[in-house]
Unconditional design. Structure first.
Length: 365
């Protein structure tokens, strides 16, 4: 339904979107996940023909958006980051105006009524838009995107600024819309994307950093092992934490270390990722012993989507999760210290990525 090839956008010197390519199948709900400034809105603005690209191609139902913008755009309903509402109009007058603008041929009254019912705004049809709550205004924004029943819906951060109840309502509505439309939805909030989308593209710094289902993205990263190290430092001040992080990073085979939250007073967890080839446990033990840091726990865990997202967006390397690559199965080990030695016992052959991704569903921001 949508095909994007080598799409690039420069604003002067600034490369906002860098050579991204992806496809969206008919009926899919695709989530664009990325931090602020990642290039989500820029990409959506190009997809909808709102701004032009610097280079690359966009096909909407096989129609090139630059060659035949009218025809391509007729297939798209767009809810931009800031909904294009005429706030002095009533909801009904505004939707009528959008109906005319889009040269909609569907029966006027019943179509507008249907859209209002779907977006649950029938009860405020006669009200002036500026007097509506943010949740209602957002639904009016969605309603204008739905006028003319376009097969493709592009929704830019549709739940930003809404309260938790309104967020759930909008999500439910989007899921419902996904049954009849191809939807691209952007958000900087992982649980939101996980709750609504069939497939996720993680965008970071204008590039596609991962593409696949939540499970696929999580599973394909599992050959890079993550472990949690819980240690007790003497004081565990900020400089201690830095020293610990630095010392761990020096261990051959360790690729990434992040100090996590304080568990108890003076006891901290460190997230560690290895290259997946080197067994780093003995070296960790040695380094900690040399420095007088007590290891209270060392546990292997595979990366969840949240870890991946954090890692990507916190400036670590980009991960290209290829949906087709085969995930390496690895045993899950339970590690304990006995008589000053690390002992490992296998507790499960299953990769927990999928289960954890499932658990993350439904959370609020
Ligand atoms: P996102 O929607 O993911 O938050 P944007 O697509 O809005 O990101 O922005 C991507 C990058 O492009 C940002 O660094 C932003 O500052 C820059 N940018 C966006 N719009 C413009 C513009 N009109 N002129 C210059 N830079 C822009
Ligand atoms: Mg944006």
């Amino acid at each position: 339904m949508i095909e994007v090839k080598n799409l690039t956008k420069r604003y002067g010197d600034k490369l906002a979107v860098n050579n991204i390519s992806f496809k969206v199948e008919k009926g899919e709900i695709l989530g664009f996940l990325g931090p602020n400034g990642a290039g989500k809105s820029t990409t959506m603005n190009m997809l909808t023909g709102y701004i032009s690209s610097t280079s690359g191609q966009i096909l909407i139902d096989n129609v090139d958006i630059l060659e035949d913008p009218k025809k391509a755009k007729a297939n798209i309903g767009y809810l931009p980051e800031i909904p294009p509402l005429y706030v002095d109009m009533t909801v009904e007058a505004y939707l009528g105006f959008m109906y005319d603008l889009k040269k909609c041929k569907l029966p006027r009254k019943s179509h507008i009524n249907d859209v209002c019912n779907l977006c649950k705004i029938s009860d405020v049809k006669g009200r002036i838009i500026k007097n509506l709550s943010k949740g209602y205004r957002q639904r009016v924004g969605l309603a204008q995107a739905l006028i003319n029943n376009p097969p493709v819906l592009i929704l830019d951060e549709p739940t930003v600024g809404l309260d938790p109840n309104q967020i759930i309502e909008i999500r439910t509505l989007i899921k419902k819309l996904g049954k009849r439309h191809t939807v691209i939805l952007s958000s900087h909030i992982l649980p939101e994307i996980q709750a609504v989308c069939d497939r996720i593209i993680i965008i970071n710094k204008g590039e596609v950093a991962a593409d696949g289902t939540a499970d696929e993205i999580a599973k394909n990263i599992t050959n890079e092992h993550k472990m949690t190290l819980r240690i007790e430092g003497e004081t565990h001040t900020a400089s201690d934490k830095k020293a610990i992080t630095e010392a761990l990073k020096k261990i051959s085979g360790i690729k990434y270390v992040r100090a996590d939250m304080e568990r108890e007073k003076g006891i901290y967890d460190y997230d560690i990722e290895t290259d997946g080839k080197t067994d780093v446990r003995r070296d960790i033990n040695k380094v900690c012993a040399e420095n007088g840091w007590n290891i209270l726990m060392l546990q292997l865990s595979d990366l969840t989507l949240e870890d991946i997202f954090l890692k990507i967006t916190m400036g670590e390397e980009n991960i290209s999760a290829k949906t087709s690559s085969s995930a390496k199965k690895s045993p899950k080990l339970d590690l304990k210290i006995e008589n000053g030695e690390l002992k490992a016992s296998q507790i499960s052959d299953d990769l927990p990525g999928a289960a954890e991704a499932e658990e993350n569903k439904g959370g609020e921001e």
